[in-house]
Design a binder for this molecule. Structure first.
Ligand SMILES: Cc1ncc(COP(=O)(O)O)c(C=O)c1O
Length: 388
């Protein structure tokens, strides 16, 4: 690979040549007819990727944290009750953001590497009237995946709005926003959506927009306020320009390209490929004798894998693995930060990327003095990848 290192962290990811080429084009005016058309197309494609034919997309300059705040700021009013499904670092962040916007936040707790069951969340929803249930689809700090479909179904029993932080999930993990009744699903460009960092992306259901329109108090954030962004999104979709804050033109054009690539693969095929790639990674790592952070197989994420360092190995192995060609991420969850590492596998990752990464992991672990049978991880992953 001529010295190229694969970026296998949970975002930013490896981007396609077409997306990177689009980024490098001379920047158009944000009112150029060509840009208006491309922004309009990107908005339409977001609905298809989110599987939300009637949703309202928003694409705003910022990172995933801004997308979280766009969600919380617009549908929370002071005194609203919000219930958080605890998964780790990012569910804690969401709780902080809801609190900042005036919510009374309750948390359904869990151990590190786990999350509360649907039954426990359902019971918690009946204790008082909650306006919002907040779910982190994949908590990037632990590699734990929530059962959004059944959690959303439980929330509907009490008329509760469902907000999904899908930053490490949208366009990788199965999400059927409208069918499952999710009210806001948010993400950022640098993950499975496949565009360099810089775009906060969100789709809101009509229930979420109604909740926003029914507000009695002003939104407590100027840049986040949908009263400014909604007319901009509606205008571009109607192929007209509108201004609130200058759109990140190159990123929006790259988004249009990437969403096109995602849709030409097809959402079902894409979900299945992410699941298969994740299985291949886990098979390879298991063959090396390592263990995963999530407590149970049914909550393993398909977009990243969080792995305990085996006995005698620490974070210095990541330097060896990087030198062998794959950049991985260290720990993030404060309670276990130094004890595990994370591998991102989302976007267009293919068999060669997976095998090259596992090969680099094998060589890095060997350099760190870990005893295992070289080639075992690659062989185990091949066995999964070779199945049709
Ligand atoms: C699940 C989740 N939520 C929110 C965020 C925050 O996104 P950003 O770092 O783009 O602000 C991340 C980032 O990794 C994430 O993984």
């Amino acid at each position: 690979m001529k010295g190229k290192r694969l970026l296998m962290i949970p975002g930013p990811i490896e981007f396609t040549d077409e997306v990177l080429a689009e980024m490098s084009l001379p920047t158009l005016s944000h009112v150029d007819p060509q840009f208006i058309e491309e922004f309009g197309q990107a908005i339409e494609k977001m609905r298809k990727v989110w599987l939300a034919p009637n949703g309202q997309p928003f694409a705003v300059a910022g990172s995933g944290t801004l997308a979280m705040e766009l969600a919380a700021a617009n549908i929370t009013e002071p005194g609203d009750n919000v219930l958080i499904v605890h998964t780790g670092y990012f569910s804690d962040r969401m709780a902080d953001i809801f609190r900042l916007h005036g919510a009374n936040v309750d948390i359904v707790p869990s151990e590190v590497g786990d999350l509360p069951s649907v039954e426990v969340v359902r019971a918690a929803l009946t204790i008082k009237k909650y306006k919002i249930l907040s779910i982190t689809h994949v908590d990037t700090s632990t590699g734990v995946r929530a059962d959004v479909k059944n959690l959303a179904a439980a929330a509907h029993e009490t008329g509760t709005l469902v907000v999904v932080d899908g930053v490490c999930a949208v366009a990788g993990e199965e999400l059927r926003m409208e069918e499952w009744g999710v009210d806001i699903a948010l993400t950022a460009s640098q993950k499975a959506v496949g565009v360099p960092p810089g775009l906060a992306l969100l789709v809101a259901s009509s229930r979420a927009i109604d909740a926003f329109k029914a507000r009695k108090s002003p939104v407590r954030a100027y840049y986040c306020d949908w009263q400014y962004w909604l007319p901009v999104m509606e205008a571009y979709e109607a192929r007209k320009a509108a201004y609130f804050g200058t759109p990140p033109v190159n990123l929006v054009r790259a988004l249009n390209v990437s969403l096109g690539q995602i849709l030409s693969e097809g959402m079902d095929a894409r979900f299945a490929r992410h699941a298969k790639n994740a299985r291949a990674f886990r098979a390879g790592l298991t063959a090396m004798g390592v263990k995963f952070v999530p407590a149970r197989e049914e909550i393993y994420a398909n977009t990243l894998t969080a792995v305990w360092y085996p006995e005698g190995i620490d974070a210095s192995v990541l330097g060896y693995i990087a030198a062998e060609g794959a950049v991985l991420a260290g720990g993030l969850h404060p309670a276990i930060k130094t004890k595990y590492f994370r591998i991102g596998h989302m976007g267009m990752s293919d068999a060669s990327e997976i095998l090259a990464t596992l090969g680099a992991i094998e060589r890095g672990f060997a350099r760190a003095g870990y005893r295992f049978s070289p080639g075992s991880a690659v062989a185990a992953a091949q066995a999964v990848l070779a199945k049709g």
